[in-house]
Design a protein around this ligand. Structure first.
Ligand code: ADP
Ligand code: MG
Length: 238
C-alpha cells in the first residue's frame, strides 16, 4: 500500500505545457479516479506518476520518499493496460507470469504467484487457455493478473474498460471495486466516463486542460460542485 503526493508536478512537450503544475495527495489504500474530457492530460499525469514520462518540474513522493526521476521499476506501481495488450500466443498462465519470468524468478515461485493471482481473479480453470479462447471480461482479468503477481504498492489503470461493451463494463467495474476491497491497495483509475468515476471512486479528481478543477468524494462533487465545469461534467443540477 502506498501514499502518493504530487507537488507542483508540471509537464511540457516542447513549447506546449500540458500540465501546468498540479498539487495532489493520494492516501494509502484509496481508490482515486482521474476524470476529464479527452486530451485534458489524464494519461500524461498517470504516466508521470508511473515514471513512464519525466516531469518538467515538480516533485513526486511515494510513501514519503522522493521518486522524481527514478525508473518505473523503482516506484513499485503496476500499470494495467487494456486487455488487447495480452500476448496472443501465450496461455493465461504464461501471460500472468510474464513479468516474473522477465524478473528472473524461479519456476516454482512463478507458479505459486500465478496460481494465487488466478484464484483471486476467478481464472483458475482457464490457466491453459489462450487469450482468444476467453471472454472479454476474462481477458481483462488476465491483464490485471499480470499486475497483481508483481505485488505492487499501487495499481494504475488507464481507461482499462474502454474497449469493452457496456454490459461488460458494468460487470468489470464491480469486479474492480471488489478487487480493491480485497487487496486494499492504492489504485488510480483514469477514465473519461463520469459514471465510472461516480460509481468506483473514493475520491474523484476532475481534470480540465491539465489542471485540477476539483477534488472530492462522488457525493461532494455531485452536491457541491465548485464551478460550472464540474457541475456540467458530473451532471449535477447546478
Ligand atoms: P487524455 O489521456 O486526458 O486524453 P493525454 O494525457 O493523452 O490526455 O494528452 C494531453 C495532451 O498532451 C494532449 O493535448 C496531447 O496531444 C498531448 N500529448 C500527450 N503526449 C504527448 C507527447 N508525447 N508529445 C506531445 N504531446 C503530447
Ligand atoms: Mg488518455
Amino acid at each position: 500500500m502506498s501514499a502518493i503526493t504530487l507537488k507542483n508536478v508540471t509537464k511540457r512537450f516542447g513549447d506546449v505545457t500540458v500540465i501546468p503544475g498540479i498539487d495532489l495527495s493520494i492516501e494509502d489504500g484509496e481508490f482515486v479516479v482521474f476524470v476529464g474530457p479527452s486530451g485534458c492530460g489524464k494519461s500524461t499525469l498517470l504516466r508521470l506518476i508511473a515514471g513512464l514520462e519525466d516531469v518538467s518540474a515538480g516533485v513526486i513522493d511515494i510513501d514519503g520518499a522522493d521518486v522524481t526521476g527514478t525508473a518505473p521499476a523503482k516506484r513499485g506501481l503496476a500499470m494495467v493496460f487494456q486487455s488487447y495488450a495480452l500476448y496472443p500466443h501465450m496461455s493465461v498462465a504464461g501471460n500472468i507470469g510474464f513479468p516474473l519470468r522477465m524478473a528472473g524468478e524461479s519456476k516454482e515461485a512463478i507458479d505459486k504467484k500465478v496460481r494465487a493471482a488466478a484464484a483471486t481473479l476467478n481464472l483458475t480453470d482457464y490457466l491453459h487457455r489462450k487469450p482468444r479462447e476467453l471472454s472479454g471480461g476474462q481477458r481483462q482479468r488476465v491483464a490485471i493478473g499480470r499486475a497483481i503477481v508483481r505485488e505492487p504498492k499501487g495499481f494504475l489503470f488507464d481507461e482499462p474498460l474502454s474497449n469493452l461493451d457496456a454490459a461488460l463494463r458494468v460487470n468489470m467495474r464491480l469486479e474492480l471495486s471488489e478487487l480493491h476491497a480485497q487487496l486494499k491497495t492504492t489504485m488510480i483509475y483514469v477514465t473519461h466516463d463520469q459514471v465510472e468515476a461516480m460509481t468506483m471512486a473514493d475520491k474523484i479528481v476532475v481534470l480540465n486542460r491539465g489542471h485540477i478543477e476539483q477534488v472530492g468524494s462522488p457525493l461532494t462533487l455531485y452536491n457541491k460542485p465548485d464551478n460550472l465545469f464540474v457541475a456540467g461534467f458530473i451532471g449535477s443540477p447546478k
